[in-house]
Design a protein around this ligand. Structure first.
Ligand SMILES: *Cc1c(COP(=O)(O)O)cnc(C)c1O
Length: 352
């Protein structure tokens, strides 16, 4: 017997990357930061723990205020979510009456939110080299969402290209998911004043060391933000708990720490991509904290399993266009050296 509403019977939920309890694994599968949270975070969370008998502040002002300053926007142009996933969820739920378009190879949640909220999805294939041609969205109607840089491909579109699309389509909502923007690209946040149909979504999970705290944001015209708040206050006004608010405020006060971590990740990305190319790997030009790689002589699945044997966890997406590839998060330099050593051994074992 099932009590699930019939419309959800065929819903296939997202499969999160594995979060093993075995700490000895080298975890390169979910694009978290390998670095611990900024030094001030622990103390701030401890202090906030003393107030847990009270409901949290629904205005989320302690985070919104410094975040607005950091992003150079007004406070009423920001909305916080329990992870950027929640921001995206509200967008799909609330702003997609005329459907939404996105690439075939991108963040898996976009399709799932469409299934969840019965939104008509138009899936536009990326080109053979995984690049995205925004002109392919010109003839469509409704909203467009792109991850920029895209996941799992790592490829970046210039903000000029996206601005040109916004100029051509002033009446279509454009959502730019910037989960990885700090690792290479130029953010579109400065353009939310110019384009009232633009929402930029960001997260504290990838470049700010707070994946477990669940904190993301949407930056947009104040009308869009007030509509997002209308949805939030109709579901859960307390979506950002006190501990997370404290952690978010603390990390925003330590931007130099965050930037040092980003620099280390970019350096490790550069080193490891060069080392893997030496081993014969092919890869996209990643602007993210992960690499999207394949080896012409060994299948993605075989590499995934062989790395797993050596206690290294990466992500393999068993989909037609991505099954030859691995998505490997960029860890610390030391972890990347261990990865390269393991790959070297694997290639020797299969005698490539
Ligand atoms: C990781 C990721 C998110 C979600 O991040 P949260 O942890 O929910 O903030 C959103 N979009 C893309 C493209 C991602 O890779």
């Amino acid at each position: 017997m099932t009590f699930l509403n019939q419309k959800y019977e065929r819903l296939i939920p997202y499969t999160p990357g594995e979060q093993p309890q075995n700490q000895s694994l080298i975890k390169l599968n979910t694009n978290e930061s390998p670095f611990e949270p900024a030094p001030g975070v622990k103390k701030a969370v401890e202090a906030a723990a003393a107030t847990l008998n009270r409901y949290c502040d629904t205005s989320t002002h302690v985070v919104i205020k410094p975040l607005a300053k950091q992003l150079s926007v007004q406070e009423d142009q920001l909305f916080l979510g329990n992870g950027s996933d929640e921001v995206l969820s509200y967008i799909f739920q609330g702003f997609t009456e005329k459907g939404i378009a996105f690439p075939d190879v991108t963040y898996g949640f976009y399709q799932i939110y469409c299934d969840m909220y019965q939104v008509e999805a138009t899936v536009v294939p990326l080109k053979d080299d995984f690049t995205l041609e925004l002109a392919a969205y010109d003839a469509l109607e409704g909203a467009v969402i792109i991850a920029n840089p895209n996941a799992p491909t790592g490829l970046l579109l210039s903000y000029q290209t996206i601005c040109a699309f916004l100029d051509r389509h002033p009446n279509r909502l454009v959502i730019v998911d910037e989960a990885y923007i700090d690792f290479g690209g130029e953010s579109m946040v400065p353009y939310i004043d110019q384009y009232p149909n633009l929402i930029v979504v960001g997260t504290f999970s990838k470049s700010r060391q707070l994946a477990g705290a669940r904190l993301g944001y949407g930056a947009a015209n104040s009308q869009l933000i007030s509509d997002l708040n209308r949805l939030k206050y109709s579901v859960n006004p307390y979506n950002i708990n006190s501990l997370t608010q404290a952690a978010g405020a603390a990390v925003l006060a330590e931007q130099e720490y965050v930037e040092r971590c980003i620099e280390k990740t970019i350096a490790a990305r550069k080193w490891s991509s060069a080392a893997m190319k030496q081993l014969g790997f092919e890869m996209t030009d990643s602007y993210c904290n992960f690499l999207f790689v394949r080896h012409p002589k060994v299948s993605g699945e075989a590499l995934f399993l062989a790395l797993r044997e050596k206690n290294i966890l990466v992500r393999w997406f068993n989909q037609p266009r991505t099954k030859d590839y691995l998505r490997i998060s960029v860890g610390t330099q030391e972890q990347m050296e261990q990865l390269v050593k393991a790959l070297q051994e694997i290639l020797k074992e299969v005698q490539v």
